[in-house]
Design a binder for this molecule. Sequence first.
Ligand code: HPA
Length: 246
Amino acid sequence: MSSLTAIIGGTGLTRLDHLTLEGRQALTTPFGAPSAELVFGRLHGQALVFLARHGDPHIVPPHKVNYRANIWALREVGVTSILAVAAVGGIGAAMVPGKIAVPDQLIDYTYGRAHTFFEDDLDAVTHIDFSRPYTPWLREKLLNAGKVAGIDVIDGGVYGCTQGPRLETPAEITRMERDGCHLVGMTGMPEAALARELDIDYACCAVVANWAAGKQAGEITLAEIEANLVAGMADLATVLQHWVQS
Ligand code: HPA
């Protein structure tokens, strides 16, 4: 079976450096338009598709992303696996700003998002298995790429997905920590579940942009987020290079 990988880029990754551009496609889907044109190209020789989750330019907030259109459009062009890059806040002690983590579980705290394809015109009520929300082989491939690249990529962690666009209160983060979350972001759901509904392999590469609210003294600033993302994204580019070549 032929396979095609997509990278969905989040905050800090609106465009993929080193991608040799081969084409762009503006698609419409039964759910509306995706966040941006799909970008086709080669990364270090490997064909892939890139989609900017928040649009290009970066203007679509997390709760307004048309997750269904994004995943549907990628399936339409033959994508079989997705690597989702996401900026997150660090809750667990290991989730230091600038680090990259590959979560293995998630908790969904979002509300009001169109979160399933299995809604209307059904032949039967459908429940997908979501015991392992991130595809194990894709996670392994990422972790191996980190090893080969000599970059410390954190194996595992629970990603808690909040609604945004505001950041959390320290009390919310304390609750999430009690729930078992190690990372907090705003875009992991329903993206992961929609990919599973369409049988697309999916893993998340979380780049820690800041300590989550209450985990450091003072407020979280955009300047701090941006600075940490620059460092994290530089490491991510190296991991991706080894990932596509493995
Ligand atoms: N909370 C939620 N989403 C985020 C954060 C955060 O602290 N940092 C980057 N994305």
